[in-house]
Write a protein that binds this ligand. Structure first.
Ligand code: HEM
Length: 365
């Protein structure tokens, strides 16, 4: 058998013969279109790797009941951290393309009409697999496949299909909803925080009281936490207590249920407990991915403004204006990140019962 040769193994010929700038016949008369194509191709390769990692993470979560005691969770965190590293890298790559000036871009801009990064199916798949839904997208009308410059019908179908399968976000919500930390077995010896600790809030006590029937439904831990949260609010934040009730006991936030929001907050508050290290790492990495993706959106938007100012994009959107809209709207894990709104100081946290502490610690003896 013949030895495997490097360029055959990575199919280098195919890759290196896939750059065909349309605006010049020979390399001698070339302009920056070569750079433009190569940078886009490099991005698409990284998008492919991100999708691959995301799929592995989703597959682990899709199993019936992810086993928190196996290495499942650490595998997921590892995959997601790798995605974070790739996003860091592709954020830096924007500056390579920024060595091209607006005038350089004008040399060839018209040859690519109406093609645009807007049509990047892989980018849309990443967004969809993470959990961004069509109805949450800025300017949904741009996605109609009948619009010139939009995704093709088959590409759009694929994106819709990804959206309809369990997204990473939906899988994370289900996992959070199963968190067993409030199991009555562990809370028998729990001593409620002293009512004295709960007084002297700057928030009006009458407006903040929980009705008896509501109080009956709520776990004693959460009643104490609510009081401590109330005490932490300043006068101009009084509305937050009402929001706390809505988010954790009534409606949830966005598409995250109250129970899942409670679990996310609990993990965040007690993240120093050994059993919560990985779950916290996971939640933190999701916020990081959202942040890195929005850093990319920001860098791309700034680059676009420098390249084309206020002109419309080759894909027919309003250009920089459209991109700025996506920047404030397109987040998959906003609710998880915004759990920070409801944190209290470490020293004010309710003291957990020993039975629970033992359950969630590593007990080697
Ligand atoms: C000179 C450089 C670039 C310019 C002037 C530019 C311009 C634009 C514009 C104006 C849009 C909005 C859609 C439209 O009307 O065309 C857009 C969208 C997009 N571009 Fe670029 N782009 C550049 C480089 C890149 C690169 C290197 C990538 C990497 C893949 C990229 C990926 C995207 C993606 C994914 C979108 C969709 C963003 C969203 O809808 O959230 N672009 N681009």
């Amino acid at each position: 058998m013949e030895d495997l040769y490097y360029s055959d193994y990575i199919e280098l010929d195919k890759i290196l013969n896939s750059q065909h700038p349309k605006s010049f016949e020979s390399l001698e008369e070339g302009n920056d279109e070569m750079l433009f194509i190569i940078v886009h191709q490099v991005y698409e390769l990284w998008f492919k790797q991100i999708i691959f990692e995301l799929e592995l993470a989703r597959r682990i979560f899709i199993q019936d009941g992810i086993n928190d005691n196996s290495d499942d969770l650490s595998k997921v965190v590892h995959k997601l951290k790798r995605i974070g590293k790739i996003l860091e890298l592709i954020n830096q790559q924007v500056s390579v393309l920024e060595t091209m000036t607006a005038l350089d871009f004008l040399e060839f801009r018209n040859v690519l009409l109406p093609a645009s990064g807007f049509q990047s199916k892989q980018f849309r798949l990443i967004e969809a697999k993470l959990g961004l839904k069509m109805e949450q997208r800025y300017k949904q009308e741009y996605y109609k496949y009948t619009r010139r410059g939009s995704l093709s019908e088959t590409d759009l179908q694929e994106v819709n299909q990804a959206e309809s399968e369990s997204t990473l976000k939906e899988l994370i919500i289900k996992w959070l909803e199963r968190m067993p930390y409030l199991d009555e077995r562990y809370w028998k010896e729990y001593t409620r925080s002293s009512p004295a600790d709960q007084r002297s809030s700057p928030v009006d006590q009458r407006s903040s009281q929980v009705s008896e029937s509501d109080a009956g439904d709520r776990h004693k831990f959460w009643m104490d936490y609510r009081s401590a949260y109330q005490n932490s609010l300043s006068k101009n934040e009084t509305g937050r207590l009402r929001e706390f009730d809505k988010v954790f006991f009534e409606e949830g936030r966005g598409d995250v249920s109250p129970i899942a929001m409670q679990a996310a907050l609990f993990i965040t508050i007690y993240r120093n407990l050994p059993i919560f290290h990985l779950p916290f790492e996971l939640l933190n990495t999701l916020s990081e991915i959202d942040e890195l993706l929005s850093n990319w959106r920001y860098r791309h938007f700034m680059m676009v403004r420098r390249m084309i100012g206020l002109r419309v994009g080759t894909g027919g959107t309003s250009g920089a204006g459209y991109l700025e809209g996506t920047l404030s709207q397109h987040y998959a894990f906003r609710e998880i990140t915004e759990v920070a709104t409801f944190l209290i100081e470490r020293s004010k946290r309710p003291v957990l019962p020993n039975a629970l502490k033992e359950k969630v610690s590593f007990n080697l003896t």
